[in-house]
Design a protein around this ligand. Structure first.
Ligand SMILES: Nc1ncnc2c1ncn2[C@@H]1O[C@H](COP(=O)(O)OP(=O)(O)OP(=O)(O)O)[C@@H](O)[C@H]1O
Length: 457
């Protein structure tokens, strides 16, 4: 039985929280001040502490903060959840930086606290050493997710475990790495799987449309509002809402979003009646939210609210072994669709695909395989077939794949580009030279300079 310690000077809070947690099967102790807490922690050895930040004698929150620092320092393995008022949410944010696992604003929702506790305890307690794909597939539904890379498996393990809770999950990763697929998998493995999964692309929602899109509007709320409209949150009730491109949200919309994530209540535009929703929130972005927080373009409190659990999907170039499995999977899917049962990819072509940088990640690989199959009438696809259909330089995020200024000289860059072109064109000098925009002789000179072996054509 897991042990939880509640540190709060408000007797009513102590009683109601402990009653609720005992009903959930936890062993609970309470304590009214941080000073007394240290002895209790030593003796009781809780796995988790719920710590109030606002003690009535000291409304600045300093006492709670001090206690948090000491607890983190003395008992680093004990998880801490902070309790705070809505008005002092900035304190909670400070606390998260000091290592608290989550924060809950008063008045709290019992369901939220319980799911947060379960998620935190669950994640900290049963870490499997190295998850294996077969075991994961026996436990969870990941049938459309291809891959065996240890980084991907660790992610599948985490999402499998947290899927059953209602914990918010933040999914980051470059474009095309499978963020939406992972969000769907979380929903499919949750208790909400038979309820709606509603996707909202926040990148496409302007600040003026944000409220009506997410919270709905009543007829006449604004000039074009000819009839009542249900917002996305309400559509997702009892299910999951997937907020894609959350990093694209402007600051005024961020605060509106924080409010509904915090209280689960909102008012449709033009209405004064609050509505309550029961949704699980999954967010995704290819931006660096930590950096945005540092630049004050993303609210820190919203950041901590959405990333109780966060997973970062690796770029495809970081897991080249999965390229083979993915290419074969996409080709097999198309076998049936296009009625070409003998379709296959030559072993050499598979090997060659693994050497591609693929900045557009899995989406780019999928498009390449589909395009090549469509445009090639043969059964076995070769390197040349793929070469004709790839546009390495026009991929969307190519500019991001250039190294940072100061990390590479022009000479090193030239060497890398020549090596890459040689691999791509399998050392065929005239093709390599053409792709680099230089003559064959200019290429020979450079190959010699860089000591790259070649055969004269
Ligand atoms: N592990 C995988 N196995 C099979 N297909 C995958 C996998 N990951 C992604 N895909 C496929 O690749 C395509 C891109 O994936 P997805 O849309 O989930 O990426 P994303 O990270 O959400 O992209 P963006 O940031 O551009 O929205 C989809 O067609 C998806 O089905």
């Amino acid at each position: 039985m897991n042990k939880i310690l509640i540190i709060d000077d408000d007797f009513a809070v102590q009683t109601s929280l402990s009653l609720m947690l005992r009903q959930e099967g936890f062993q609970v102790k309470t304590c009214s001040s941080p000073v007394l807490a240290m002895d209790v922690i030593e003796e009781f050895q809780p796995e988790l502490i719920i710590l109030d930040l606002n003690f009535s004698i000291e409304t600045s929150g300093d006492e709670g903060m001090k206690a948090l620092k000491i607890i983190r320092h003395t008992f680093p393995n004990i998880a801490v959840i902070l309790l705070t008022g809505w008005g002092t949410i900035n304190l909670a944010v400070e606390g998260m930086k000091l290592g608290a696992k989550d924060f809950v604003t008063k008045p709290w929702q019992n369901d939220y606290i319980i799911q947060s506790i379960n998620t935190i305890l669950n994640l900290s307690q049963q870490k499997i050493q190295s998850p294996n794909r077969k075991k994961l597939d026996q436990q969870y539904q990941f049938e459309h997710i291809v891959g065996n890379d240890p980084k991907l498996l660790a992610i599948l393990e985490t999402i499998g475990r947290v899927a059953i809770t209602d914990a918010p999950v933040l999914i980051t990763g470059e474009s095309g790495t499978g963020k939406e697929l992972i969000a769907e998998a979380i929903h499919q493995n949750s208790k909400r799987r038979h309820k709606p999964f509603v996707k909202v692309n926040l990148g496409g929602v302007s600040a003026t449309l944000f409220e009506s899109e997410l919270f709905g509007h009543t007829r006449g709320a604004f000039t074009d509002a000819k009839s009542d409209r249900i917002g996305r949150f309400e559509l997702a009730n009892k299910g999951t809402i997937f907020l894609d491109e959350i990093g694209d949200l402007d600051l005024s919309s961020q605060v509106k979003l924080l409010r509904v994530l915090q209280d689960r209540t909102f008012e449709p535009l033009g209405s004064s009646k609050s509505k309550t929703v029961d949704v699980r929130v999954i967010c995704a972005t290819n931006r660096n939210l930590e950096e945005m927080v540092a630049n004050n373009t993303f609210r820190e409190d919203l950041f901590y609210r959405i990333n109780l659990i966060s997973v970062k999907l690796p770029a495809l170039r970081e897991r080249p072994e999965d390229i083979a499995a993915l290419a074969i999977y996409f080709a097999n899917n198309l076998k049936t669709i296009y009625e070409r049962p003998n379709l296959s990819i030559s072993p050499k072509a598979i090997h060659w695909l693994k050497t591609l940088p693929l900045p557009g990640n899995i989406r780019q690989l999928k498009n390449l395989v589909e395009k090549t199959i469509l445009l090639t009438p043969k059964d076995e696809l070769t390197i040349e077939d793929f070469q004709q259909n790839i546009s390495i330089n026009t991929s969307p995020s190519n500019k991001n794949t250039l190294p940072e200024v100061g990390t590479m000289t022009l000479d090193e860059m030239e060497l890398l580009m020549i090596q890459r072109a040689m691999a791509f064109h399998q050392n065929k000098i005239s093709k390599v030279a053409r792709s680099l925009g230089i003559t064959r002789f200019a290429l020979y000179r450079r190959l010699e300079k860089f000591n790259i072996p070649f055969a004269i054509e």
